[in-house]
Design a protein around this ligand. Sequence first.
Ligand code: F6P
Length: 399
Amino acid sequence: MDLQTKLVVIMVGLPARGKSFLAAKLQRYLAWQGYKIKIFNAGNYRREILGDKFSGSDFFNPNCEKFSKQREEVAKKCFSNLIQWLKNNGEIAIYDATNVTPKRRNYLAKECQKSGLDYIFIENICDNQKIIDEIIGIKIKNSADYEGKDEKWAKKDFEERLRHYEKVYESMSEIPYIKIFNFGERIEKNFDGRTNIFFDELAEFLGNLRFIKKNVYLTRHGETFFNLENKIGGDSLLTDSGVEYAKKLADYFNDFDLTVFISPKTRTIKTAEFLKHQKIKLEELSEINSGICDSLSYEEIAEKFPKIYLDRKNDKFNFCYPKGESYKMLIQRIKKVIFEVERQDKNVVIIAHRAVNRCLFSYFIETAQNDIPHIEMPLNKIIKITPNKAFYNFEILEF
Ligand code: F6P
């Protein structure tokens, strides 16, 4: 995905609709692809500038002129810092605030235009009371606004804050925009008649997100004959020990309700053989294409193609096998897998390959690009990735 101009992503929506969740997901997705991206959260600026005296619902009353003015000032300060950051060396900035009025949105659009920045509004619309209640619960527990406060009081206060916002809220008509309804129900987009592949991809990513906590289990296939010879690529069969691992996987997972994704290679198909679940084959899960080096061992590559061997050693992330792929290209290829995983409403098992799994892992667990090709990804182990407050945790399961 190519970005022509620096971009401001402007979140829109009532409190407790999951804007910050979407912003965090989007940040991870784009940082994973190598963009310099940062979230600017207006609530954090409010607490920093005004302190915690201004977090009660009264402060959000649109009829109180003094407080309205203060809120606008904080929002503008946050936005001007965002623009400054983009002018320095940032590429994409996410403005995480409610931005529920056309007046505010027009102001933000003009500021972007003045600075020669591209922008897009992302509105999160949610009328699913179950999700709203869950987010309110999270807010009360985790937001600095309610730290040390009685939970019942905090809930009442937050609901009052919500009502204040509802009085002035108007859904988007300013363009360009992407609207997300109830996390995956549907999306709507309007780019003012412009074709914009970048915005289309953002819409696709966001449209696939669900407000659901699920685990992702990543594993490589069982041991193959190629593994024994240290050969790469190919389409080798499993050894006895590989078949043993496939049976162990089934013992472990067969009682779980899961979606299972596998690559189209024989070694992952065979590894999934004893799982009772339906298996979804994704072409994108195939191992890194090693081009002219396919089916050679690392020793043979060093001997036959010493330059390839050295070049790869020097910059493994960017190195592209002649007639094959690099890790950088692999990340672009497996975006489709991320969409598939995100839109599942149950736990997911992925049986794939070393390089592919490294790239998938680095989407969930932030890893510097140059470190991605060196992530430990051994055979016979499962990496269990679980959601946590900040993003994800992982643990290694051994049999
Ligand atoms: O050796 C197994 C394998 O999955 C190969 O098919 C693949 O080329 C390689 O691992 C990827 O690992 P690395 O990038 O460290 O060579």
